[in-house]
Design a protein around this ligand. Structure first.
Ligand code: PEP
Ligand code: MN
Length: 336
């Protein structure tokens, strides 16, 4: 069960509610987020909801049978909208495009990418400054110095930043320069990192683990929410299957399933999802028709020279064409 407390709840009333829930043989966890206070009850016994509903300090009670609670659509019927400020929103009726290189490589690349995004009226730029690479000898990112250069240029241009955070110590270091923390597929179940991201008040996009189930992604989001941060996005980025013809298998099924199970916005990443440059476009468009609230993909002024993931990266002409098609497909979808 999820008990939403009144904003003005007194400590004594809260204590009485917790005692009552424990009496019903439910274990309780208190959750305090940027938006509200909740008590989560975990248990199985039947009870009469009126016993609780009458108590002082309770705004609402929801019975959520899912094992994840706060991210479930069962209690929050209205879809979540993430507001990045300056009119940039993701979710509910706001379709988001996030584009940029796999890795931030330097000032010139940042400038060219921002010009490209501005020309196409795209408001969110992606890019990694800490790169999880399969080989330790590959380029591992420019670190916080790269992020600072990027921030300066992005801020002047009115562009928001989404970038991957790989470890707890980077959260504070990155905080002033980012708009969305990305949790990468290799860190989806780094529970210490998720807990700490629950203590900040900036949005977090969690990618599905390389071999992670849909439910595991939802549990990861529940970690962040239950630690205090409601500003969450889910990302389908392809999973590892027996198929070798593509880098990963973009699980289009996950998009409507996640949208049904959760109130959180669902983003698709066709670049990592298929890993083949000329197939990124159809997978992006298919993801939109499957219900994605946004698309994140890789673009670079010269994909052949990109420091990482060039094989799945669009050049700017391909990217402009994709943006135009995505907007048309999204308009078509909204007619259904
Ligand atoms: C990325 O976005 O560049 C990235 C490394 O993604 P993932 O964690 O999905 O592999
Ligand atoms: Mn990449």
């Amino acid at each position: 069960m999820i008990i939403q407390l009144e904003n003005t709840v007194q400590e004594s009333h809260k204590g009485a509610i917790i005692d009552k829930v424990n009496e019903l043989k439910y274990k309780t966890t208190e959750v305090k987020t940027q938006k509200g206070d909740y008590i989560i009850g975990i248990g199985k016994s039947d009870f009469d909801i009126r016993d609780l509903g009458q108590m002082e300090g309770i705004a609402d009670i929801h019975i959520v049978s899912d094992d994840y609670k706060l991210v479930s659509a069962k209690w929050k019927v209205q879809a979540t909208c993430i507001d990045l400020g300056d009119g940039v929103k993701i979710g509910r009726d706001n379709f988001a495009i996030m584009a940029g290189p796999c890795s931030i490589e330097g000032e010139e690349q940042i400038r060219l990418t921002i010009e490209h995004l501005k020309a196409n009226n795209v408001k969110i730029m992606r890019g990694g400054v800490y790169k999880p690479r399969s080989s330790p000898y590959s380029f591992r990112g420019m670190g916080v110095e790269g992020l600072q250069l990027w921030y300066k240029a992005a801020k002047e241009a009115g562009i928001k930043i989404i970038t991957e955070v790989m470890q707890v110590s980077q959260i504070a270091e990155m905080y002033d320069y980012i708009d969305i923390y990305q949790v990468g597929a290799r860190n989806t179940q780094n529970f210490n990192l998720l807990d700490e991201l629950g203590r900040v008040d900036k949005p977090v996009m969690i990618k599905r683990g390389i071999s992670g189930t849909i439910d595991e992604l939802l549990y990861s989001a529940e970690y962040v929410f239950s630690a205090g941060n409601e500003k969450l996005l889910l990302c389908e980025r392809g999973i590892r299957t027996y198929e070798k013809a593509s880098r990963n298998t973009l699980d289009l099924n996950a998009i409507p399933i996640l949208k049904e199970k959760s109130h959180l916005p669902v983003i698709a990443d066709p670049s990592h999802g298929i890993g083949i440059r000329h197939h990124v476009e159809p997978m992006a468009l298919a993801s939109i028709m499957a219900g994605a609230d946004g698309i994140i993909y890789e673009t670079h002024q010269k994909p052949e020279e990109a420091f990482s993931d060039g094989q799945q990266t669009l050049d700017f002409a391909e990217s402009s064409a994709l943006i135009d098609k995505m907007r048309r497909v999204e308009a078509l979808r909204s007619e259904f």
